[in-house]
Design a binder for this molecule. Structure first.
Ligand code: GAP
Length: 594
């Protein structure tokens, strides 16, 4: 595992098949991880739980776009020009580092990214910061912009550059015109995507927390900015969470405010109702997958951190190994993304918004007299006519103020042209309109699955003592645990193995994830399942098959069900096992009720 992992968790993650550095046989490459059987299953469960909450329950639509997209998409989105991190190279060992991280790790500055390369260079000099690898001074080294996108060629040759997507969001934005059709052009509507994203991070660190290939779960919610109504907050208004607003962050003595989502919105702390709504949904969701809410907070972006188009942005953060890490971002992105694709592509990224009642409006128009403009302006006459049309729309007073005998001035390719108003055909017409084209605004909850998974493992990791022996276990919620039930025969003889295999088959048929284990002492088998977070184990013994010489321990035809966290055991009839375990997994029954 890489530097910075909690050692016990890293050791457990590899030994028990959660995740390991990829291609270790060839030395491994930083920032790439393979999820083992337990990790892949945990990841699937987290993704499916996200899908259930953010897509299905919200009535949103999910899409699945390619991970490679052509260059024009990223020209429009701004990633080609601006998706950079600050790189500083050590003059001695040649190792590359993120300059803002060097500053954050060695000074009191937080969020150094927002300070910009010049200031970061000055701080490196002021504090005489050194290369984290070899200790050589970094003062005076250039701070360069390093674009994080992985570039590739689409097809042979290099005429068609493409990029591995750095976020899943663009796959949604580019398809907006079609997606709006699917949503019958009715705002608001939400589109989700869960999939891989790629960033050529300068210095990947803390195993899954900063990697070069990771999974995002993003929701792009398209809203009408004029619609004052917003979402119904009632379902989340009582959710309590720590809110660390800009004011609290700027006041050194202030802690996050432990308040409800409803209060955070009413106080104006989380001004946008959609952001407030999804913070509430996310807080409940993170808790449901096993994040410890006493190590969780929502932090508002400081003005330097926020993209220029984002009106507001909050991060969900969790404390892991003593650091606060960003699990997700919740941004109000205005009309930035759709306007950009509208500008760069040939498609229309607006939506036609129908008025409740048709309205009559005055519409300034021009009908230039080309028989006069042609001789006057020659080849530029068409452009002059277009410029007149644009002027009528943006500044109709220019025509009215000039009067019938006056003239207006338009610029074409940097040259000013005077045109008599009488040749423009300017008029103000009354037209009845049934609606207008608007560019929807976007609210984006964007979550990282790998960071959620690592946080859940860290927050659910427990050590205790059972029967005088140390035990480690993962207190994972049953709904996300990689395996729901461990099934063991007490011994693999006298038909116990066969019966246990039947029990396992019945559980699998019911859709439960089952691990069958008949090797070693029963206590060892319990420990193995505890370590990977299996919440329940079922043991088949002689009472199950009704052949016990000593059946006093349980009625014939029963099995033992054991709970991971308390290690408590109950006997239940074998025929009730599938329904009982399903109810335990789904939270419809608690173990103490058995
Ligand atoms: N579409 C917006 C967007 O991509 P972001 O804050 O850059 O926003 C969203 O990324 C989430 O993706 C982050 O909150 C984090 O959980 C995850 N993420 C980003 N970069 C990552 C990396 N290098 N390794 C692991 N997760 C990452």
């Amino acid at each position: 595992m890489s530097e910075g992992d909690s050692p016990d968790l890293a050791e457990l993650a590899k030994r028990r098949g959660f995740f390991l550095q990829s291609a270790g046989a060839y030395g491994g490459v930083s920032g790439f991880y393979t999820f083992g059987p337990q990790g892949a299953s945990l990841k699937d469960n987290i993704e499916n739980s996200w899908r259930d909450r953010f897509t299905l329950q919200e009535g949103n639509m999910e899409i699945d776009a390619p991970t490679i997209m052509p260059e024009p998409v990223f020209e429009a989105s701004g990633h080609l020009d601006g998706f950079d991190d600050m790189l500083v190279e050590c003059p001695e060992c040649g190792e590359s580092h993120r300059a803002d991280h060097v500053v954050e790790d060695n000074t009191d500055y937080e969020e150094a990214e927002g300070l910009g390369p010049e200031r970061v260079g000055e701080i490196i000099e002021e504090y005489e910061l050194v290369c984290p690898t070899c200790g050589t001074g970094l003062a005076g080294q250039a701070i360069e912009d390093f674009n994080l996108m992985f570039e590739t060629n689409i097809g042979p040759g290099s005429s068609s550059p493409g990029y591995l997507r750095p976020e899943t969001a663009q796959g949604i934005f580019v398809e907006f015109p079609q997606l709006a059709e699917y949503a019958r052009n009715q705002l608001p509507f939400g589109v989700t995507q869960v999939g891989r994203a790629y960033r050529n991070e300068i210095s990947p660190r803390k195993s899954l927390l900063r990697v070069r290939e990771f999974t995002q779960a993003e929701l792009e919610l398209f809203i009408d900015p004029e619609d004052g109504e917003g979402p119904d907050l009632s379902s989340v208004s009582d959710v309590v969470a720590p809110f660390y607003g800009v004011d609290q962050q700027e006041d050194d003595d202030s802690d996050p405010l432990e308040i409800t989502v409803g209060e955070a919105h009413e106080r104006g702390l989380v001004a946008d109702p959609w952001i407030a709504y999804y913070l509430g949904v996310a807080a409940e969701w993170y808790e449901s997958i096993g994040v410890d809410m006493s190590r969780f907070r929502f932090r508002q972006h400081l003005s330097g951190e926020r993209a220029h188009y984002a009106a507001d942005c909050w991060d969900a953060e969790a404390e892991v190994d003593g650091d606060w890490i960003e699990l997700a971002g919740f941004a109000y992105r205005s009309d930035y993304d759709l306007s950009k694709h509208d500008e760069y592509s040939d498609e229309d990224y607006t939506i036609f918004k129908q008025y409740d009642e048709p309205v009559t409006v005055e519409r300034p128009t021009v009908d230039p007299d080309m028989s006069a403009l042609g001789p006057e302006f020659g080849g530029a006459a068409g452009d002059v006519a277009d410029a007149l049309e644009a002027l009528a729309e943006s500044d109709p007073d220019a025509f009215e103020d000039a009067g019938e005998d006056g003239s207006v001035t338009v610029d074409v390719d940097g040259e000013s042209h005077e045109v008599p108003v009488s040749q423009t055909g300017f008029a103000v017409e009354e037209v009845t309109e049934s609606g207008e084209h608007i560019t929807p605004h976007v609210v984006e909850p964007s979550l990282g699955i790998d960071r959620a998974l690592y946080t859940v493992l860290d927050h659910c990791y427990r050590e205790d003592e059972v029967d005088g022996e140390e035990r480690t276990f993962l207190e994972l919620p049953p709904a996300v645990a990689p395996t729901t039930v461990g099934v063991f025969p007490l011994m693999d003889r006298d038909g116990l193995g066969e019966h246990a295999r039947d029990v396992a088959a019945d559980l699998r048929e019911r859709g439960l994830s089952v691990a069958y284990d008949d090797s070693g002492a029963i206590g060892r088998r319990y420990r193995r399942q505890d370590e990977v977070g299996t919440p329940f184990c079922v043991t088949v013994d002689y009472a199950t098959i009704g052949e016990a010489e000593d059946a006093s321990e349980g009625a014939p035809g029963t099995v033992t069900v054991r709970e991971r966290d308390t290690t408590a055991q109950r006997r239940i009839p074998v025929e009730e096992v599938p329904a009982t375990l399903e109810a335990l997994r789904d939270g419809e029954l608690s173990f103490s009720e058995l």
